[in-house]
Design a protein. Structure first.
Length: 152
């Protein structure tokens, strides 16, 4: 490995996924089941039960990983006192995550969550034959992606 390659590897941010802290269950519907081809159970002992616990667990895990890092965060990790439909997610539902990422000098990537939802039960989301269901998922994917950069 050349010095140039080593230097470019060090400059890259290591991507970490938020779902590893709670087995991809999220906080949108804590009692809901995981569907849509998810290969995790969501049942491991000691998993984070809320965003505060997940951030604390991530802080510990990230402290053990050298170099710069990024956190990949799914829509199911939004924070709200009331239920929010996935196509109605707004940047403010992630303001605590953005502040936390800034405080820890983390890059932050956001992903839609096209699984474990009543409208994904038949396995189709963006390619659904029903125009209304397909539009719901399109709106979900658009709902937070471009606007979340405003908070960063």
């Amino acid at each position: 490995m050349s010095r140039r390659h080593c230097a470019s590897s060090i400059a890259c941010r290591y991507p970490c996924t938020g779902w590893q802290g709670d087995d991809v269950a999220g906080f949108e519907n804590p009692e809901g089941s995981l569907t849509g081809g998810i290969q995790a159970t969501g049942n491991y002992p000691g998993k984070a039960r809320n965003a505060t616990e997940l951030r604390a667990d991530l802080e510990k895990a990230l402290s053990l990983i050298p170099g710069p890092k990024r956190l990949n965060l799914h829509a199911i990790y939004l924070e709200s006192d009331t239920p929010v439909a996935r196509d109605q997610i707004k940047p403010e539902h992630f303001k605590n995550w953005v502040a936390w990422a800034k405080a820890h000098k983390l890059g932050l990537d956001f992903n839609p969550s096209c699984f474990s939802h009543p409208l994904s039960a038949d396995g189709f989301t963006l390619a659904h034959a029903d125009d209304n269901i397909r539009q719901f998922w399109i709106d979900h994917c658009k709902a937070k992606s471009p606007r979340l950069g405003i908070l960063r």
